[in-house]
Design a protein. Structure first.
Length: 49
């Protein structure tokens, strides 16, 4: 999450929080490619259908 100034640990914690909050699973490869909040939102929308 480069736009947020997050380091790798912050990014992992954020992905885990998103997965728990929305009851979804984001594969590691997909999570690693997300660098902006907009990409996170897009991934959530995709997973929720």
């Amino acid at each position: 999450m480069v736009d947020l100034g997050a380091d790798s640990l912050d990014a992992v914690e954020l992905i885990m929080a998103i997965e728990e909050a929305f009851d979804i699973e984001i594969p590691d490869e997909e999570a690693e490619s997300m660098t902006t909040p907009a990409e996170c939102v897009a991934a959530i929308k995709t997973k929720l259908g």
